[in-house]
Design a protein around this ligand. Structure first.
Ligand SMILES: NC(=O)c1ccc[n+]([C@@H]2O[C@H](COP(=O)([O-])OP(=O)(O)OC[C@H]3O[C@@H](n4cnc5c(N)ncnc54)[C@H](O)[C@@H]3O)[C@@H](O)[C@H]2O)c1
Ligand SMILES: N[C@@H](CC=O)C(=O)O
Length: 493
């Protein structure tokens, strides 16, 4: 059975790029296969566009910008809300496509469709509130103020771990601001992006406003970064590639937003119930099989409750089920590909060779070659890879600490600064640690921290700028200052 036959609406499965409102094949006959990471089965093929076709997508976005920016904000809002309604109406098909190409369990995929759609609704509304300001004038007979204007064409480059929400969090903000967008999804998970394009078209979003290009990643990115007409680049992915794109955007002085890797500490205070904290830590570590920029990578537990915490963590972890995300009652799907499994195994071996204790994690139980059974390591230290690298795998590392000052130092001992978790009910400890943590987001006594109203993003090598919230749309807006002089008798205004 082909993938399209599995969907209620087969037209949501597209194997073409989408440029200027047209489904487009590659002029050079280059293509890439897309696999189901759970079974290794080929799901379909996508074309690779040639550089001149990427440039043509910029031509299309440039032409469409003239009309899209000229619409009233409430007119753009109507179209974005129509897109939102279609995402909701097609939730089951979108979730199925996502599980097939990404591997996450179907309930998680449904959750991501909801999550992704929620950004479209949020920014549809925020587009109506891009207010400028009035400035009390210091110049006689003049009126001063600011206007907010769309930056222009935005290139959006996204990863495979959240194939839909990482696109909508950018695209909806940009489009609500009046920008046109060119999306380059990850080659591992293009079908969610292409289904988004199909639904954008049905929602009445005009040709050239939302484009999806496919191709060789360095070639596509270079073409977009070097094109002076592309005014903004928003990237979500690894810090390694983020640095490269920042460099490539320098010559054309683009507006760059980067949502990069994380290495989240999960701090547990001495006052916590070890069972409650351990269950929360399991939830924060193993979502999306650990392939989440918010995954709790270093679990730092006060020495007075460490042993009990480890017991509860191991007990909860043992209950997690690993398997094909299409089956029911699965907690962890596969990793995205074999290299990810090899990287996870290397991180575990490195930790053990440097003195960590393997408490649980028997890889002989893995149900397939892309699967990695959850691993629990204790006695994790600064010299191990797991301390510094984002494992992007279900590998949990626990370390004991003695006091607040030590745990602050340990938590900040990373080049990353995306998110941190803190579990304690002591308000003084909360305030002290919260202020001392060098992270863009700190979640206290809650695993869930994301959603449309929050400014999502990191500091240090985890990124630049914020997505979501009331400021997310600013990444796609320029402030134009105006001075209206010689107005006659307006002094004092
Ligand atoms: N901060 C966040 O909001 C956030 C969210 C999701 C994922 N991430 C991060 O994303 C990473 C995992 O995703 P990934 O493996 O897809 O990241 P990645 O950096 O390998 O790829 C991201 C995108 O960049 C493209 N790309 C890859 N190599 C490139 C190159 N040389 N030149 C130009 N483009 C290139 C890919 O095709 C993909 O579209 C993790 O580090 C994770 O923390 C961050
Ligand atoms: N879970 C994150 C994505 C990180 O990989 C989010 O909510 O944006």
């Amino acid at each position: 059975m082909t993938l399209s036959n599995k969907l209620s609406d087969p037209r949501l499965f597209r194997q073409y790029a989408y440029v200027d409102g047209k489904w487009t094949h590659g002029d050079g006959n280059r293509e890439e296969a897309v696999f189901d990471p759970a079974t290794g089965e080929t799901l379909g093929h996508i074309p690779w566009l040639e550089p001149h076709q990427i440039t043509a997508s910029v031509d299309a976005a440039e032409a469409a910008f003239v009309h899209w920016r000229a619409l009233r904000a409430d007119e753009r809002c109507e179209r974005l809300l129509a897109w939102y309604d279609l995402l909701q109406a097609n939730r089951e098909d979108l979730a199925l496509l996502m599980t097939l190409e990404q591997g996450k369990p179907l309930p998680d995929a449904r959750g991501e469709v909801e999550y992704g759609a929620s950004f479209v609704r949020w920014f549809a509304e925020e587009g109506k509130r891009t207010f400028g300001e009035t400035i009390p004038s210091h110049i006689p007979n003049a009126a001063l103020g600011t206007l907010k204007e769309p930056v222009g064409i935005a290139a959006l480059i996204t990863p495979w771990n959240f194939p839909l929400a990482m696109i909508t969090r950018k695209a909806a903000a940009a489009m609500a601001a009046g920008c046109t967008v060119i999306v380059k999804p990850a080659g591992e998970t293009p079908f969610s992006a292409l289904a988004l394009a199909e639904l954008a078209e049905r929602a009445g979003i005009p040709a050239g406003v939302f484009n999806v290009v496919l191709g060789d990643p360095p070639e596509v990115s270079r073409t977009l970064c070097f094109d002076d007409r592309v005014k903004a680049l928003s990237f979500t992915g690894s810090t390694r590639v983020g640095r490269l794109l920042l460099e490539q955007s320098a010559n054309t002085v683009k507006r760059v937003s980067l949502e990069l890797g994380g290495n989240a500490p999960f701090i547990v205070g001495p006052d916590m119930d070890p069972r409650e904290a351990a269950f929360a830590a399991v939830a924060a570590k193993f979502q999306t099989a650990g392939q989440d920029c918010l995954a709790a990578d270093r679990i730092l537990v006060h020495e007075s409750i460490h042993d009990e915490f480890v017991e509860h963590f191991a007990e909860r972890m043992a209950a997690l089920t690993v398997g094909n995300g299409l089956e029911s009652e699965i907690d962890l799907g596969p990793l995205i590909h074999r290299q990810a499994v090899e990287k996870a195994a290397a991180i575990v071996d490195d930790a053990i060779s440097k003195g960590a204790t393997l408490v649980a994690g028997d890889q002989s139980q893995a149900p397939g070659e892309n699967f990695f059974m959850p691993v629990l390591l204790t006695g994790v230290t600064h010299d191990m890879k797991i301390w510094h690298e984002e494992s992007f795998a279900p590998v949990a590392g626990i370390t004991a600490y003695a006091d607040d000052d030590q745990v602050i130092e340990m938590a900040n001992d990373t080049e990353y600064g995306l998110a941190a978790y803190l579990y304690t009910h002591d308000i003084r400890r909360i305030w002290k640690i919260l202020r001392a943590l060098e992270f863009g987001m700190v979640s206290v006594n809650s695993v869930k921290m994301t959603g449309p109203p929050v400014p999502f993003g990191g500091v240090k090598h985890s990124g630049l700028g914020r997505e979501g919230g009331v400021t997310g749309i600013d990444e796609y807006l320029e402030t134009k200052y105006y001075c209206l002089g010689a107005l006659g008798s307006v002094s004092g205004s």
